[in-house]
Design a protein around this ligand. Structure first.
Ligand code: CA
Length: 608
């Protein structure tokens, strides 16, 4: 799961705060009470028929997984789950009866404060995994263990080391990964837990256990893998990345792992249809990993909303306003279709071994107000974060702690009754109901933005000529590296981009611009993109000059590798004969190994 999940949640919260004058304002209270009596319409559809388009030739051992990491915290909060006959049952039994083969659990080293109060998100440590693992084994399914090697959420935006490992150097951290993985798996093995797969890290794109240098990360992965091989020799070892839609990203990581000689079996990906590009692209990039690196591939996390409504007073990551831009409606049938198509895409990919849904039972804890639910989230850890997480993650969890951001993507309604979409997994091989839906057509390209199809009026806007010309570079700093570079994995499109790097502090300071003459009168839009790292404080902006006079500018940010920021300046009105200059100005204080970055995809187009 990605950081932007929580960012979306906090955005909603901020909007609520702004609209309601604070969490406890009367307007907010009224809105919550109104919501509380309104059950999502989906809660009544458990017995409705579900159309499931048959997935041809689905292998008998294809992994149909479900992450239920929050289960114990949900149960302690009073949540109950029911089967299709209305019988209350162990959730794991219900899932097994409905075709789920694997249960996934995240594992944090120590998600508790010094007083023993849980950080939330299920308070998932190895004891939680052990309890869920025993019940999973009893229900005849296998466990997927997802080590985050952190005390709380790890993803591309967060990869903090466990507190117990702070101050360790890279070598000592690799040793700690080995010891921790080994002792954790010993607990599971001694209890007879059937572990089908172990993930060494969660969405490790940008870092692992506080390290961002792959020279430090790779030995940690190797240490984790070695511990798995020793304890569970038959179990698959998986690595887990996200952002499959970022061109060249997976091949880059797979190359790093191969060059290092990492011993692993499965290259896993998150794939959220609303964030991660088309199914066709997913299938293509995973097939390349299988072909070029000889690894099995799978989707370790996916999901889709069955409703745009929130049911626990804690804003959801994917809200109703996303629906219009998606290929499937936010209905129970739409949810089933979306997940079915992910399964069909992976099953049709060479080396594709499975798909796991994320937190499919993380529903409302059932209270009639934020306050009532919040008391349970705090006490039992059933929300995404509790206030106690502030000691470890003060800026995000410590400020924005709350409930489930995923209740509208569960396979159960707010009362714990299964949605018809839960039948999907047992109906994939036979198909069910109407078979007329077009089979898993690759998602159509997003609608063109106005003006997008119009020609780019800049010459060499993406540096694909391999020359600087006609760009004009003004270096106000101390030089360093500043040139047009041929490296596809660092380019936003094509294989060339403008590269800069300077190991000295306060030495990156340049501008890059080009001037276009003879444009017809009209309105124009200019855009340009940048990414980089180790930049410290920056002052970066895209700008437009008309006849040499400053007309407009827009700030840009540099964060981490491959996280591109794009500035767009629209409504640039020109009269006949005016000269237009577009550019980017970059100034970085630098830190670590020195400020570096990549600039690409400059475009100037007529508007509308
Ligand atoms: Ca919610």
């Amino acid at each position: 799961m990605k950081r932007k999940t929580w960012m979306a949640a906090l955005l909603l919260l901020a909007l609520l705060l702004a609209a309601c004058g604070g969490q406890n304002g009367p307007a907010a209270q009224e809105e919550r009470e109104e919501k509380a009596v309104k059950e999502p319409s989906a809660s009544a559809v458990a017995e409705e028929t579900l159309n499931v388009l048959k997935v041809e030739d689905l292998p008998a051992d294809f992994i149909l997984g479900m992450d239920v990491s929050s289960l114990l915290a949900e149960e302690r909060s009073g949540v109950r789950y029911f089967d299709f006959d209305g019988q209350e049952k162990d959730l794991l039994q219900i899932l097994a009866e409905n075709g789920i083969t694997h249960i996934r659990v995240r594992v944090w080293n120590d998600p508790y404060d010094e007083q023993g109060r849980g950080f939330g998100g299920g308070n998932c440590d190895i004891r939680t995994a052990l309890e869920i693992g025993k019940r999973t084994t009893a229900a005849g399914m296998k466990l997927i263990v997802d080590f985050h090697y952190s005390d709380f959420w790890a993803d591309p935006g967060k990869y903090k080391a466990p507190r117990a490992w702070e101050g360790l150097d890279a070598e000592a951290k690799a040793q700690a990964v080995y010891a921790y993985t080994r002792e954790s798996l010993e607990l599971l093995r001694d209890a007879g837990v059937d572990v089908g797969m172990v993930q060494i890290g969660n969405e490790i794109n940008n870092g692992l256990a506080g390290e961002t240098d792959w020279n430090a990360i790779l030995p940690m992965l190797a240490a984790g893998s070695r511990a798995v091989r020793e304890l569970y020799p038959e179990t698959l070892v998986a690595v887990h990345f996200t952002e499959p839609h970022n061109k060249g990203l997976y091949a880059y990581y797979a190359g790093l792992l191969r060059d290092y000689g990492l011993d692993y079996d499965v290259f896993g990906s998150s794939y959220y249809p609303f964030w991660h590009g088309t199914l066709e692209n997913l299938s293509t990039v995973l097939a390349e990993i299988n072909r070029d690196y000889g690894k099995q591939v799978m989707v370790l996390e996916t999901s889709y909303p069955y409703t745009g409504e929130d049911s626990d007073f804690s804003g959801n990551s994917v809200k109703a306003d996303y629906e219009g831009s998606q290929n499937y409606p936010f209905t129970v049938q739409g949810q089933a279709d979306a997940v079915r198509d992910v399964i069909a895409a992976v099953a049709g990919t060479p080396g594709g071994i499975g798909v796991c849904c994320w937190e499919g039972a993380w529903i409302s804890v059932g209270g009639a107000s934020w306050e009532e639910n919040s008391a349970k989230w705090e006490q039992f850890g059933s929300g995404w974060a509790s206030s106690y997480a502030a000691v470890y993650d003060p800026d995000d969890a410590g400020k924005w702690y709350g409930g489930s951001s995923w209740d509208n993507q569960a396979f159960f309604d707010p009362q714990g009754r299964p949605l018809a979409s839960l039948r999907l997994f047992s109906l994939l091989r036979s198909g069910s109901g109407d078979q007329s839906r077009a089979a898993a057509a690759p998602a159509p390209a997003p609608a063109a933005q106005p003006g997008e199809s119009l020609p780019n009026l800049l010459e060499n806007g993406s540096f694909e000529t391999g020359e600087l010309s006609p760009w004009v570079l003004t270096d106000r700093g101390s030089g360093g590296e500043l040139f047009v570079e041929d490296k596809a994995v660092d380019s936003l499109d094509g294989s060339w981009h403008m590269h800069f790097w300077n190991p000295n502090r306060n030495s990156v300071d340049f501008s890059l611009e080009q001037t276009v003459e003879g444009l017809p009168a009209g309105s124009y839009v200019y855009s340009i993109s940048i990414m980089g790292g180790d930049c410290g404080e920056t002052e970066i902006f895209a700008y437009v000059l008309v006849d040499g006079e400053q007309r407009a500018d827009a700030p840009l940010q540099i964060t981490v590798w491959n996280s591109w920021d794009t500035a767009e300046l629209s409504g640039i009105v020109l009269t006949e004969g005016q000269k237009l200059t577009v550019g980017i100005s970059v100034k970085c204080a630098g830190e670590g190994a020195g400020a570096w970055g990549k600039i690409d995809c400059a475009a100037l187009r007529a508007e509308g």
